[in-house]
Every structure is written in C-alpha cells, then in structure tokens.
Design a protein. Sequence first.
Length: 136
Amino acid sequence: MANDLRNAQEHHVILGVTAALIVLAAVNAVTVTWTTAQEARHTMAVARTLGATPGQITAGLSTAQLLPTLPGAFAGVLLGLLLCLPFSAPNTVWPPTWSLLTAALAALPATAALTAVPARIAARRSIARALSPETT
C-alpha cells in the first residue's frame, strides 16, 4: 500500500516536471525566434526590398529554428536515457523505441508552429520603418 502511494506521487512529480519543461521549451522557442527576428530586421527589410514576401521571410526564420531541432531532439532522448540508466531499478520498464522516436519527430512541427507566429509578426513590419535610422 505504501509503495503504491509512493509510486503514484513519483508519477505526479515526474508529470509536473515534464509539463514544466515543455512550457519552458515553448517559451524558449518563441523568445529565440522573436530575438532572431529583431536582430535580423534590417536583413529582412533588404530581402523584402529585393522581392521576398513576408511568407518567405517567415519560412526562412522558421527553417532556421528547425535546423537544430531534430539533432537536439534525438540527442535529448539519447542523453535522457543514459542519464536514467544509473538511477533506475533493475525492473524498470522502458518506453518502446517507436514512442521515443515519435516524440523526437513531434518536436519539428511543434517548433515550426511556435516559431511561425513571432516570425510572421516581424516579417510584416514595414520596410521603410525597419530601415530608418531612428529604429536602431
């Protein structure tokens, strides 16, 4: 009975920590995209002057955020498993490989969705305003 209660509490703690890490990762993705867009506003304005559309600018910024996502997700799964090995009990049930790969691949559309909004907002800024010396 006491072990069941302890296991239930451990499950709730792990679930809470996982939820907090997901929220922090989402905030981090949006913040990094917004900062990147602010730093690249002059470059984006020049690209728009040369004919790039706001959609193309948004796609470029989102793609730039996606490039490190996949290797980071796979490295995170691998390092997470390696970190858990020394602390796990011998009878620990590990999740199936397909579910870990699915979680790593789910990071791609999640990152694309999280980065598209701030990138789109930054790409719609007027070219003249972005290139004027008063905004620097």
